[in-house]
Design a protein around this ligand. Structure first.
Ligand SMILES: [Zn+2]
Length: 288
């Protein structure tokens, strides 16, 4: 098992190649040499069954691993029962589409603090992710991993410790470690080899190596502001902000880990995912 690299949604290059439909993405990714695709439902789960199944068939034929991003407007850290019922509905819908597609991972945001203390918000989210997991199991989605994501804004729940605490109790929860988000919310501190090794070691301590080594991941360079954290996603060729992708690719190769790394660059997800894949393969001793 090796790391797989791929794109979040459809990059500019896909449209420049004259393509429009997401079912054309898996073969196109394969032509580029990539191996993973995260289908975006951030603005809502609107895709129908026929389209979802067509994307799934195309991905299976092209050997592309599929994941799905659940809507952004969930808040698992909100204890209000109406809010939790809505979040549950969005996640169940996302799992339904994932099942049609044959996607094995659904990424879920961890929520906003909204005047609650971090401790209160974390306790709520920890308990609610257990509920989400149980309800997804009961609905027949037991083989789809839910992936709580590390978030980029300081007023959101979801630093690495919080996401690991949410995931620890259940094997059906696997962290989505967004390294750009962690870089942004730490105002640039989580960058470089020592920081990467520290984060990966911490994942092993909390989850054990078996779960840690197949983690889900998002990666992009992200511009941040001192008060808020995440401001916007950049591309690798923009020479400011970070994080640098090389230390991560080298650490994954040296450790022999097999995560799925989804590039979320602003429009150049394909080009930048390929840069990461090259760095990873070079560190494995393959390629130039
Ligand atoms: Zn996300």
């Amino acid at each position: 098992m090796r790391a797989r690299f791929g794109t979040a949604g459809n990059p500019d290059g896909f449209y420049q190649a004259g393509k429009k439909q997401s079912k054309d993405m898996p073969p196109w990714l394969r032509e580029q040499g990539l191996e993973a695709y995260e289908y975006q439902c951030g603005k809502g789960v609107t895709v129908g069954e026929a389209t979802a199944r067509a994307i799934g068939r195309a991905a299976a034929e092209a050997g592309i691993a599929l994941s799905l991003h659940a809507p952004y407007f969930v808040n698992p850290a909100n204890p209000d029962p109406d809010s939790q019922e809505k979040t549950l509905g969005h996640v169940l819908k996302a799992c339904q589409v994932a099942q049609w597609m044959g996607a094995d991972r659904v990424v879920v945001h961890t929520g906003a603090l909204q005047k609650r203390t971090r401790e209160e918000a974390l306790a709520t989210a920890k308990a609610f992710f257990q509920t989400l997991r149980r309800r997804c199991d009961e609905a027949g989605y037991g083989d789809i991993l839910l992936c709580p994501e590390t978030m980029g804004k300081i007023n959101q729940l979801g630093d690495l410790e919080e996401v690991l605490a949410i995931c620890a109790p259940s094997e059906g929860l696997l962290p989505c470690v967004d390294f750009g988000h962690l870089y942004a919310r730490s105002l640039g501190a989580l960058d470089g080899a020592a920081a990467v090794e520290g984060m990966l070691d911490r994942m092993v301590q909390v989850l054990g190596e078996g779960r840690a080594r197949v983690f889900h991941s998002h990666f992009s360079k992200i511009e941040y502001t001192p008060r808020g954290g995440e401001a916007r996603h950049l591309t690798f060729d923009q020479p400011y902000f970070g994080p640098d992708y090389h230390p991560l690719c080298q650490a994954l190769a040296r450790r022999g880990w097999a995560p799925r790394v989804i590039c979320e660059s602003a429009g150049t997800q394909d080009v930048d995912a390929l840069a990461m894949q090259r760095a990873y393969r070079q560190a494995l001793g393959e390629g130039p």
